[in-house]
Design a protein around this ligand. Sequence first.
Ligand code: PHB
Length: 397
Amino acid sequence: MKQTLKHLRRVGAITAAAAAAGLLLLSGPAPAQQPGKIKIGLMLPYTGTFAALGTSITNAFKLAIEENGGKLGGREIEYFTVDDESDPAKAPENANKLIKRDQVDVLVGTVHSGVALAMAKVARDTNTLLVIPNAGADEITGPLCAANVFRTSFSNSQMGIAMGKVMAEQKKKTAVTLTWKYAAGDESVGGFKETFEAGGGKVIKELSLPFPQVEFQSYLTEIAALKPDVVYVFFAGGGAVKFVKDYAAAGLNKTIPLVGAGFLTDGTLEAQGDTAQGLLTTLHYGDGLDNPKNKAFRAAFAKAYKVEPDVYAVQGYDAAQLLIVGMNAVKGDTTKRAELVKAMEAAKLDSPRGPLALNKGHNPIHNIYLRKVEGKENKVVGIAVKDLTDPPRGCKL
Ligand code: PHB
């Protein structure tokens, strides 16, 4: 009995204390919904052929955050970083390190389509918010689209679609394609073939080599023998530097026009030097785009990092801009996921590439420019496709 009384008294005391605390809560300032920092997981390549791309994305992402007072939705940021090595086999483990071990609120990455496909799966399975600042795997914003997965870059087929159209308009009749054999290259070439052949051209040979190999000699020999009207390629980063140099060293730049998805000459011109002069490429960005945002962005990036920005920097910057819109809408409260997603879906970004909106699958709708290398610049010489948007391709959102 005594025990029971004591017990009851204790319960009473606890209840009274809880009531007092409740009063305090009611009368005091409203507590922050989610105190502490927002954790951002950057999963990008910092080694290998795409290392410079990962660094460029990271730098520009951080620049946009700095310009926003170092915060997202009013909360400070804590970064967690993983080098994904552009290795799809390591991707699930790397993504889980950030999600399960570091408990990040948002995952940002990556460059390589194969790695991104694995990241998107982990993001879907764990319902983690994912923003992709490069990898173009068509499926991610097509049949595999998800409410929690966004992309601020492009889809792989977009650049090929644009260049195939331009080459058909230039009355080229035959083409050979060459790429690394994986989603990015296959889809880029697929887009090229679709519009080039619809416009009356013929892809007479599709060549490929495993990623990230750079032994191009036998392919160059074959191209020289096939003598197509044009060669369309997808290469990027270190591999793009070597390919353009090798193409010129083989003398092919004098006889068979080389064109490509704009990654061939973006962030690479310093290293390619004279060998890249005159190359035509298609991309959703060009260095000299004449809009105020691009000028301000280029000046701020060059000041902060002492190098000129490239398309990867633009995409990283826009990934942060998209998150700023979403997090502002929920005042940094990441538990308000539906509201956050809605705000991101409706975002109208002032991108260095021009106005940027997303389609139903959360993929950019943007102009694809025709560019020509002049000196150290990818000079915009025209719009290959205006406001290109992907077909829904089975996205059910
Ligand atoms: C990709 O794997 O999707 C990819 C990689 C590098 C690029 C573009 C696309 O520059």
